[in-house]
Ligand binder design. Structure first.
Ligand code: 5GP
Ligand code: ZN
Length: 115
């Protein structure tokens, strides 16, 4: 997956600060945040979508989402968060490497495409 941007970040070829890390996942800030603090949980290995990722990793994946949400709520003084996954191009997936969005939310904020 030589041209995959998240594989390049996983390998260190592209620099991006990893704000959390577990055996199989890491978290980074989104380069184009929809809300302040918008971050991503990314798998270290290349899987295109949730359906390609082994089910044995699901617990660790969601646990990372939860840890990231707690961290972002604390850092951004947020009151809630959205957990979002886009799977396949038709559903808005732009980077074909499995990832989960965590978007901290505050009353009155504006998050394009979200409630
Ligand atoms: P999706 O594939 O679910 O639509 O979203 C991909 C997300 O990855 C987008 O929100 C986009 O801003 C983010 N993104 C794309 N390229 C990079 C990158 O090189 N670094 C980081 N940190 N985020 C990226
Ligand atoms: Zn990849």
């Amino acid at each position: 997956m030589e041209e995959c941007v998240f594989c390049k970040i996983a390998s260190g070829e592209l620099k991006s600060e990893k704000i959390l890390e577990s055996d199989n996942f890491f978290a980074i800030k989104d380069i184009n945040p929809k809300t302040k603090g918008h971050s991503l949980v990314v798998s270290k290995r290349h899987y295109q979508t949730l359906l390609d990722m082994p089910s044995s990793l699901l617990g660790e994946f969601l646990e990372m989402g939860k840890k990231l949400a707690i961290k972002l709520i604390d850092e951004e003084k947020a009151e809630g968060f959205n957990l979002i996954m886009n799977n396949y191009e038709v559903a808005g997936q732009i980077v074909p490497h499995v990832h989960m969005h965590v978007l901290p939310r505050k009353k009155g904020d504006v998050a394009p495409g979200l409630p």
